[in-house]
Design a protein around this ligand. Structure first.
Ligand SMILES: [Zn+2]
Length: 395
């Protein structure tokens, strides 16, 4: 009698475990915990996200649609609302959310390890958690794409400005660098001597908004409203990982690593704001950031953008024609040379073993988002600036 009760109790527990697991698959149990029917709500919990993921994937194969329906119409409204919600808070809400999320993952991981060490690992429980995590990941993918990610598939700034010929000869690169070096030196002279005091970071963020107000006059699609640019809370970590800024697609905030040399912050800010405008690819964000900074009334912004373009273009020239590249470096204004040294020391001072791993992860992420050249897509910037100058004869 006693034995059979225990037996019954154990059976019931088994059935209950089984029932809980089946519920995740959408199989409905009746009150005696028997399989009675497939529960509609359980199935929908899987069906809805899976259908949405497939729909997003199919939609992303049509860049024309993405551009005209998503990037031009839907995305600006969503981004405007995000910046309205979080822009007024002075600290980065996105960084706080990331912090809490990482903390939560660490707690889960330690619980998992502890359960193995204490030999209390329960496959049923593990499987249940695995499936619910998978469901959360599906929704994260959907939300990420709706809030921003689809912009990776748009036609983008090159189509908007009709930039087609992005290859350039050695001579074109040399002529281009000759102009850029000249402009760079002049912009530095406009800033004054070595005692020049840089504006505070938050003032620079405000000046970046002004830059976008200027560029919008010529290109209305670069209209930027409700600024939401913030210093990164995770500055030390971000520097260690080798990043100058990042965009949070879930909150619409742009974070700038304020640890950077001051003269580089204006360009990075304009680059991150371009991400906020829906230019997801790195090279496009740099190109749009460059356009905005070059339209700024502040010489610091033009200096910052020209500094970036000079570094990238000249490193290309050093590979094609080493001595011409060296000559360019020699013809820099002494104050630009000093800034280049500061920049080099900043980069070298933060080099570590973790950085290449993180860069590799980001490279894979970009490639997963069909950015064929991955992290090297930063370098497409030079080709676009050259073609833009060919067309407009200025900047
Ligand atoms: Zn970027």
């Amino acid at each position: 009698m006693g034995e059979s009760t225990i037996q019954n109790w154990n059976d019931k527990r088994k059935v209950l475990f089984y029932a809980n697991n089946l519920d995740i698959y959408g199989i409905k149990m009746d009150k005696h915990k028997q399989i009675s029917a497939f529960s509609l709500s359980g199935w929908l919990q899987w069906l809805v996200p899976i259908v949405l993921v497939i729909a997003i994937k199919i939609f992303s194969y049509f860049p024309e649609w993405v551009e005209s329906i998503y990037s031009i119409k839907l995305y600006p409204v969503l981004a405007h609302i995000q910046r309205l919600l979080f822009g007024w808070v002075s600290i980065s809400i996105g960084d706080l959310i990331y912090g809490v999320f990482v903390g939560y993952l660490l707690v889960l991981l330690s619980k998992f390890i502890l359960s193995i060490v204490r030999k209390k690992f329960d496959w049923n429980n593990f499987w249940k958690r695995f499936l619910s995590t998978l469901k959360v990941l599906l929704w994260l993918f959907i939300i990420f794409n709706i809030l921003w990610g689809l912009n990776y598939e748009r036609r983008g700034i090159t189509a908007q400005l009709n930039l087609k010929n992005t290859t350039y000869t050695d001579k074109e690169l040399k002529d281009f660098l000759c102009d850029v070096t000249d402009q760079l030196n002049r912009a530095r002279t406009e800033l004054g001597d070595s005692n020049y005091v840089y504006p505070k970071e938050r003032d620079m963020f405000g000046m970046a908004t002004e830059a976008y107000q200027s560029v919008k006059i010529q290109y209305p699609f670069l209209r930027y409203t409700n600024a939401s640019v913030k210093p990164s809370i995770l500055t030390e970590m971000v520097s260690y990982a080798g990043y100058s800024g990042y965009y949070n697609p879930f909150t619409g905030e742009a974070q700038v690593n304020t640890d950077l040399p001051h003269f580089y912050i204006p360009f990075v800010t304009c680059h991150e704001m371009a991400h906020q405008l829906g230019y997801a690819s790195e090279s496009e964000a740099s190109f749009v950031g460059y356009l905005a900074a070059m339209h700024s009334p502040h010489p610091l912004f033009r200096y910052s953008a020209l500094f970036e373009v000079f570094l990238i273009a000249n490193s290309e020239l050093l590979q094609r024609d080493f001595w011409s590249g060296i000559l360019n470096l020699r013809s820099l204004n002494p104050l630009v040379k000093r800034d280049r040294r500061i920049f080099r020391e900043f980069i070298l001072g933060r080099q570590n073993n973790v950085e290449p791993i993180i860069k590799n992860v980001y490279d894979q992420y970009l490639k997963a988002n069909r950015q064929r050249s991955g992290i090297n897509s930063y370098n497409e910037l030079v080709g676009w600036v050259i073609d833009y100058r060919r067309k407009t004869g200025k900047l």
